[in-house]
Write a protein that binds this ligand. Structure first.
Ligand code: NI
Length: 394
């Protein structure tokens, strides 16, 4: 096996380079070029042009066999970094605040290891570098599929990992079934009619109506949702009004709806429309709703979730694979898992005290955990190929 220490040196250098020069969803041109450069350096054949900047690396084992696909997302977020890292973002307003720099670097390291041992591999390993994961509800996954990323090489199983700041560094979190949620998004424009603050009776106060809508929305989860089937409604932004003595004629509200099951998604979506329209009209206002169906829940195939647990426990010890609860975060990998069996798991990267969450301008990760990510990805690829070949999954 190629020397792990050298490989990790490269993985970390590559991650830091992406971190310095992050690119937004759909604009990952340099990132894509750098990935291709590395694949070429490692002698891994690849194809390009999926969802614009997406790349597919193809490692063919010496013997024929099944195909496993490993996926990393490559895009950054419109956030201005506020950390003191030596390699912090040099691009104002763009930051790798979700660890996709680490995912990309780890997948390259994994590919390098597997390429070096392809003589012992029966089957194929696909390295899937996916753009625009943060661009919900569009995302890069559906476009990659449409662009024929798997036209030539159909995967039997897909695997993805995500850095996870609430797990101690190096621990692995996975659950069978839904691990990430349905993630929908909405915008409500509440229209009234403006006027002088001293003459409310001649107006329809859009702020007053929006305020009632805001409050009533929170009763959907508490009154209409089965408490054993999780749901969240968050209004993240409300904007309206001009100045202290003018009654606002328009308020724009934006937010997100997270659920785990499709049944709950439909209940909440339906009630959302009823409540917004009903409350608006009771306040003599009008509401215009734009509702975006976002990423579907990421649903892990049971047997492959079990495979992650077993392989991780064997490699790192059972105490490194704690019981975890699913998240209602959105994840574009859900679109891949709608079409193919597979598994998505978390790699603990907590820096301990001072850890900021994903998507925070102060987000940092413990790079020491990345070796675990590479080790596990490689081992999973090998174990899954063997499982498939042997025709058993336990
Ligand atoms: Ni992410």
């Amino acid at each position: 096996m190629t020397n792990m220490m050298n490989i990790m040196k490269d993985v970390i250098a590559f991650r830091r380079d992406l971190h310095r020069y992050p690119e937004l969803s759909g604009e990952e041109y340099e990132t894509s070029r750098k990935i291709q450069e590395k694949l070429a350096e490692y002698g891994i054949p690849y194809q390009t042009g999926f969802a614009g900047t997406g790349v597919l690396g193809i490692i063919e084992g010496d013997q024929p066999g099944p195909t496993v696909g490993l996926r990393a997302d490559i895009d950054a977020l419109p956030i201005t970094e506020k950390t003191d890292e030596a390699f912090r973002s040099t691009i104002d307003g763009v930051m790798h605040a979700c660890g996709h720099d680490a995912h990309t670097a780890m997948l390259l390291g994994t590919g390098r290891l597997l390429m070096a041992e392809r003589h012992n591999i029966a089957g194929k390993v696909l390295l899937i570098f996916q753009p625009a994961e943060e661009d919900s509800p569009t995302g890069g996954a559906a476009q990659m599929l449409e662009d024929g990323v798997f036209a030539e090489h159909q995967p039997d199983v897909l695997v993805a990992q995500h850095v996870w700041p609430s797990l101690p560094a190096g621990q692995i979190g996975v659950v069978p079934g839904p691990i990430m949620g349905n993630s929908d998004r909405f915008q409500i424009t509440v229209r009234g009619s403006g006027g002088h603050a001293s003459m409310p009776h001649d107006t329809v106060d859009a702020l007053a109506a929006a305020n009632q809508i805001f409050t009533a929305l929170q009763t959907i989860v508490s009154r209409n949702a089965n408490p054993f089937d999780p749901a969240v409604i968050t209004v993240g932004k409300m904007e309206g009004g001009y100045r202290y003595n003018v009654i606002a004629d328009e308020v724009v509200m934006e937010g997100t709806i997270r659920t785990q099951s499709d049944a709950m998604k439909h209940i909440i979506k339906h009630r959302f429309h009823e409540v917004v329209q009903g409350v608006a009209s009771s306040m003599q206002a009008e509401a215009n709703i734009i509702y975006y169906d976002g990423y579907p829940a990421t649903v892990n195939t049971e047997r492959w979730a079990r495979r992650v647990k077993q392989t991780a426990a064997r490699e790192f010890g059972a105490q490194q694979v704690p019981e975890v609860s699913p998240s209602l975060g959105g994840e574009d990998f859900g679109r891949f898992l709608e079409r193919y069996p597979g598994v998505y798991y978390w790699l603990g990267t907590s820096i301990g005290e001072g850890q900021k969450p994903l998507h925070d301008p102060g987000f940092m990760l413990d790079e020491a955990a990345l070796e675990k990510g590479v080790t596990l990805m490689r081992q999973l690829a090998l174990d899954i190929l063997k499982d498939l070949k042997d025709g058993h999954y336990d």
